[in-house]
Design a protein around this ligand. Structure first.
Ligand code: ADP
Length: 506
């Protein structure tokens, strides 16, 4: 017996605890009282009715509401008592006595019977929906703002595959105008002639059907093709992800589609692939030469060939290793430039002396071209990294020789120009088309015809050279006319020492 009492007491405590914690209002009314006096009400109920317990308990239930609403309310309560059946209203507009209007959601009145089965009490359970639409619209507005600001296209579909909502990016990708009324996504996509990269048709309608049937799609890529079926890899590329949307009961209610414009990414991927195969090609040819000539030298030595012959083979090995070293050096320079870490040790040195020395060195080995040098003023003291400037001048001389016909002139001039030193390297080669000039100093740039017809390079020399020159406060640019040769100009600021010094002619 004592145990039963304890159990009853604890059940009561649990009940009270639950009633105290839940968000729903729960009120207990006296069903035998014609005005349905309030017997008890939980904290949420008091808050929802904007009343305090002492003022409300013992009072007629209708007194919590506006007198105008009382008759309808009493009619409902009487019906529950009379029929013994619960009453539920999903939205029950009712003004509170406290003044503010309210809409009670899921308003439920449940009869509570006594031991004899008669309705003794009424339990009224209700939640306040007044704030709900506002909260919901606040959340909807937030969501709308997020979706609207996304760079990806977001498309929300209904169960039939109609576009219910989409953001600016989605409209742009799907070519939808703001007044296109709930178009079918399948049709909107099909109008863009989407194709896989290998030319197969991208069946947009099938995809939408699959998603609406519950399938999730991740990163399906296609390009916007031409109606004739051709695929231009430079055209817009799109990645599509999709997921079905379910309502709170788990029922399919549509789908959300994410469309991402991946054109730039695809282009960058293609460029990267091209660069990798260019690097592989450029590295492979000196390696092959090194291996071949090293084998020749070994075999020649084994057969007791002359030292002269072996030396010739080894000279090729030496030249090709140097070429390989240059390629690797250029690649690591580009890496450093990209990370902003191309270090230069800036010191004062005479550009006239350096230029003179470099040209003389080139003259010794260069027999294919006539190398002419004019230094108008000396010394020309600049503040830069002499090893790096040597790299620049060597690159310009090498290019002038590489891209001009044998026996033609390569002219180097150096002169003071105001408070700068002006170096120009001119060749009589095929020149560079005017339209190509803006790209000349870009990474991995190689003019199509020169790339085909000359012992290659990676197209990095000029990119690195410009970084070096601008790093010393100078400028590097090219002037060229097709068929008229090219002139590359380097301008470096002179230091005070040079500006004060006298001038002499070479
Ligand atoms: P590369 O190692 O390919 O020579 P560069 O950056 O030095 O790399 O040159 C880039 C491209 O610019 C070359 O591939 C060539 O197409 C063009 N170019 C450079 N110098 C000249 C020149 N003097 N005459 C004609 N074209 C040139």
């Amino acid at each position: 017996m004592a145990q039963m009492q304890t159990l009853a007491a604890s059940t009561d405590a649990v009940q009270r605890l639950v009633l105290a914690e839940i968000a729903e209002g729960v009120a207990l009314l006296d069903a035998r009282d014609p005005v349905f006096a309030l017997l008890d009400i939980n904290p949420a109920g008091r808050t929802l009715l904007a009343h305090h317990r002492p003022a409300l308990v013992g009072q007629p239930w209708a007194s919590a509401f506006d007198p105008a609403d009382a008759p309808a309310l009493l009619a409902i309560l009487r019906r529950v008592v009379a029929t013994g059946e619960s009453y539920t209203a999903h939205a029950y507009p009712c003004r509170r006595a406290a003044g503010r209007g309210a809409v009670y959601r899921d308003w439920k009145c449940v009869p509570v019977r006594d031991d004899a089965g008669a309705v003794e009490r009424l339990m009224v359970i209700f939640t306040d929906a007044t704030e709900q639409p506002q909260r919901r619209s606040g959340r909807a507005a937030q969501l709308e703002a997020i979706i609207g600001g996304m760079l990806d296209g977001v498309v929300i579909l209904d169960l039939c595959g109609r576009v219910l909502e989409t953001n600016e990016a989605g409209r742009a990708l799907l070519n939808l105008t703001p007044d296109s009324h709930e178009p079918l996504l399948g049709e909107a996509l099909a109008a863009l002639c989407p194709r896989y990269a290998d030319g197969r048709i991208f069946e947009a309608g099938d995809l939408v059907t699959a998603v609406l049937a519950g399938q999730t799609i991740a990163d399906e890529e296609f390009v916007l093709g031409e109606p004739d079926g051709s695929v231009d890899t430079n055209k817009r590329a799109v990645s599509l992800s999709a997921a079905p949307v379910r309502d709170t009961q788990g029922q399919a209610s549509g789908a959300v589609i994410l469309l991402r414009d991946i054109t730039a990414q695809k282009r960058a991927d293609r460029e990267k692939d091209a660069i990798l195969s260019l690097i592989a090609h450029e590295v492979k040819s000196p390696l092959t030469a090194i291996k071949g000539f090293a084998q020749l030298a070994t075999r020649a030595a084994q057969r007791g060939a002359t030292g002269e012959r072996i030396t010739r083979h080894l000279q090729v090995v030496d030249q090709q290793s140097e070429r390989l070293g240059r390629l690797v050096g250029e690649l690591s320079d580009v890496g450093r430039i990209q990370q902003g870490r191309l270090q230069q040790e800036l010191v004062d040195f005479d550009l006239a002396l350096l230029t003179h020395t470099l040209v003389e060195q080139q003259r010794v080995t260069l027999t294919s071209h006539r190398l002419r040098l004019t230094i108008a003023d000396a010394p020309l003291i600049v503040h830069a990294d002499p090893h790096r400037i040597e790299q620049v001048i060597t690159n310009l001389l090498t290019n002038a020789v590489k891209y001009s016909p044998e026996a033609s002139d390569v002219t180097v001039t150096l002169a003071r120009q105001g408070d700068t030193a002006h170096l120009a390297v001119r060749d009589a080669g095929a020149g560079i088309p005017r339209t190509e000039l803006p790209r000349l100093f870009g990474r991995f740039y190689r003019a199509a015809d020169t790339a085909a017809g000359h012992p290659g390079g990676l197209g990095l020399g000029l990119f690195i050279a410009r970084e070096i020159v601008t790093g010393s406060g100078g400028r590097l640019w090219a002037e060229s006319e097709e068929g008229q040769g090219s002139t590359f100009h380097v301008v470096l600021p002179l230091t005070g020492a040079s500006l004060d010094s006298g001038q002499r002619r070479h």
